[in-house]
Design a protein around this ligand. Structure first.
Ligand code: GAR
Length: 213
């Protein structure tokens, strides 16, 4: 049984999608704790509703990033997780923290990386006039929103898309993409070859590239 700690800052819809898939598909894993960086994160209540333990390490209580990250690491390590899942965790992480969880920390980002790291990805994608947009799950590296790509979900941008419509369609894809990628990790089917991710023993229909509408 693998142990997962999920870090959130907000509504936690990706965390919920992962928790549901884990239950429905009976993965050999459990979410040991959902940890938020602020007490007002709406996802905390959603986790509790599903019977998942929660914890808060409030970033406002610390005057340095190092202090916050040390407290966060001890809240995580208490559960000795095999995997740390960043699910809308909106803090920039220092090198020591990233290195501590090297090869066992995943993130989801709402763009087709390496395009549009950082904030306001949907607005920037529309402004750039891209025809294809989406989301990426990756192993967390030292550079913001970067690291070996595990899987990507893509969709065609529609002429009448605005930021909200595009965000909603990408989010629906995220809810399919992230559980699949976490499941592969839990099943031990992800490996790094030359700093690139390889999925072993793909089953029929399983692909690192998901297409949506
Ligand atoms: C998601 O769209 C996720 O991709 C994004 O935050 C949202 C969290 O939603 N993450 C980032 O922008 C990371 N750079 P959720 O709390 O409902 O899962």
């Amino acid at each position: 049984m693998k142990s997962i700690v999920v870090l959130i800052s907000g509504r936690g819809s990706n965390m919920t999608a992962i928790a549901q898939a884990l239950r429905d598909e009976r993965w050999p894993a459990r979410i040991a704790c959902v940890v938020a960086d602020r007490p007002g994160a709406a996802g905390l209540a959603r986790a509790r509703e599903q019977g998942i333990d929660t914890d808060v390490v409030d970033f406002r209580a610390f005057d340095s990033r190092a202090g916050f990250e040390a407290a966060l690491a001890s809240a995580i390590d208490r559960h000795a997780p095999d995997l740390v899942v960043l699910a809308g965790f909106l803090r920039i992480l220092g090198d020591a923290f990233v290195d501590r969880y090297a090869h066992r920390m995943l993130n989801i980002h709402p763009s087709l990386l390496p395009a549009f790291p950082g904030l306001h990805t949907h607005r920037r994608a529309l402004e750039a006039g891209v025809a294809v947009h989406g989301a990426t799950v990756h192993l967390v590296g030292r550079e913001l929103d970067m690291g070996p790509i595990v899987a990507q979900a893509a969709l065609a941008v529609r002429p009448d898309d605005d930021e909200d419509r595009l965000a909603a369609r990408v989010l629906a894809l995220e809810h399919r993409l992230y559980p699949a990628a976490v499941r592969w990790f839990v099943e031990g089917r992800l490996a790094l070859q030359d700093a690139r991710v390889v999925l072993s023993e793909p089953r029929p229909g399983e692909t690192r590239c998901l297409w949506g509408g």
